[in-house]
Write a protein that binds this ligand. Structure first.
Ligand code: HAM
Length: 418
């Protein structure tokens, strides 16, 4: 039997890993600068966390969850997103007692049963951040700036920020009634998916990708025109803050997002380098989520962003990820005696913080040289038979080709390694 990885998953191979590490390091650095602390939650959660938190009518809950009943009979789901788990952890661990405003971030795998294509996987890696405990509009702005700064540092300069507000649930209810009235006359022409959504989740018809649906909704009423004066004020303030900070954005009435917990602000960063899966990251405010999870009312705002998409967008924008550092020193040995000395010198060098490697296949000198090159070794140490007799070793600088013969002692070798 020939095994293959499950559909929609990927192997991140050693020759790609440095990009991932660089992206993850950049994310962590920006999170530090903005004073967000990392949180890690379980890979699986009680399924009801998502049905309650994200919404039973959403595609995520209805179609995309990897749910199972474990051997103890508990209904569990591999986390498809992190906002509900983070809020669960916040409430369960009483994080409100620790700080009035919690700023949390994560970098973790998410699982969604989606149709795989470039930029869309069944397991993807997501980084995200949540500010829990504040409904100050500056927290919405901070989340947007944080995401933008990560993208900027990874050379993704051409992504656009789309912004909308979907108001409070009461306002949305009124809007949905108006939207349905508007759509009713064209109901027959809507795609099958949108016809279904007309009953279950009419807002999502606005972000349908179907060309005909988009034509029908082109002149649909806009939710921001139906917000209460309080919600509208919030939205205008956010636009004002972004303008003030010279952060360009576009107001997009179609931006309703796919998860039920959103209130007021919704936003998405899109990149035209990403093809059909153009959302590099997205998020918004979720002031009702804590209550939906039977916690005390607690406002929150956050975003999530797929690392695969970030890496694709960075590469397509011409960003050069730093090359992986090669090893410092590769030991070329000729026989058992030299391997023995090399192994103990290697241990001393490693102890002193110098990465080194030696041949593990007793290969010819030529093959060992080739291996040293492949590993990007800065130096090779050649334990030649003649030199060994006098307790000497040849140190070759692989960058400029120069070589010298030095004492076969770790302290002496260390002095010569830069
Ligand atoms: P989301 O829009 O579902 O939001 O996902 C966030 C980001 O994750 C997307 O913009 C995309 O970059 C990436 N992503 C999602 N699904 C996939 C996939 N199948 N393959 C590759 N990348 C994917 C959320 O998950 C919210 N929890 C974000 C949030 C945090 N809202 C408030 N706080």
């Amino acid at each position: 039997m020939k095994f293959q990885r499950p559909k929609g998953t990927k192997d991140i191979l050693p020759n790609q890993i440095s990009k991932w590490k660089f992206a993850e390091k950049t994310i962590a650095e920006v999170m530090d600068l903005y004073n967000f602390r990392e949180i890690r939650t379980p890979t699986f959660e009680n399924t009801f966390l998502f049905t309650r938190g994200v919404g039973a009518e959403t595609d995520m809950v209805g179609k995309e969850m990897y749910s199972f009943v474990d051997k103890g009979g508990s209904p569990l789901t591999l986390k498809p997103e992190m906002t509900a788990p983070v809020m669960r952890a916040y409430l369960e661990n009483g994080l409100f007692n620790e700080l009035a405003v919690q700023k949390l971030y994560y970098i973790t795998s998410m699982f969604r049963f989606e149709k795989p294509q470039e930029g869309r996987y069944r397991e993807h890696s997501q980084f995200g951040a949540e500010i829990i405990g504040s409904d100050d509009i500056y927290s919405d702005a901070e989340i947007i700036m944080l995401a933008r700064e990560v993208y900027r540092r990874l050379g993704i300069l051409n992504c656009r920020l789309k912004l909308n507000s979907i108001g409070k649930p009461e306002e949305r209810k009124k809007y949905v009634t108006r939207l349905k009235e508007y759509l009713e006359k064209n109901f027959r022409d809507l795609s099958a998916d949108s016809q279904r959504r007309y009953e279950t989740n009419p807002l999502r018809i606005l972000d349908s990708k179907d060309a005909n649906d988009r034509k029908i909704t082109e002149h649909a009423p806009h939710i921001i025109d139906m917000l209460s004066s309080e919600s509208r004020k919030r939205f205008d303030m956010l636009c004002d803050i972004l303008n003030n900070m010279n952060i360009p954005f576009e107001i997009d009435f179609r931006l309703v997002r796919g998860l039920d917990y959103y209130t007021d602000t919704t936003f998405e960063f899109v990149s035209d380098k990403l093809g059909a899966q153009d959302a590099i990251g997205g998020g918004g405010r979720y002031d009702g989520l804590a209550q939906a999870l039977e916690g005390k009312p607690t406002p929150g705002v956050g975003f999530g962003s797929g690392i695969e998409r970030v890496i694709i967008a960075a590469e397509k924008s011409g960003f050069e990820f730093p090359k992986p550092a090669g090893i410092v020193c590769y030991f070329i040995t000729m026989n058992e005696a030299s391997r023995k000395v090399a192994a103990s010198i290697a241990a001393s060098l490693r102890e002193a913080g110098k990465s080194c490697g030696m041949d593990l296949l007793a290969r010819s000198m030529k093959s060992q040289m080739r291996e040293a090159n492949k590993l990007g070794a800065k130096y090779v140490l050649i334990f030649g038979d003649e030199e060994m007799k006098s307790n000497l070793v040849i140190l070759k600088n692989m960058e400029n080709g120069s070589q010298e013969t030095i004492a076969m002692r770790a302290d002496e070798i260390l002095k010569h390694l830069s």
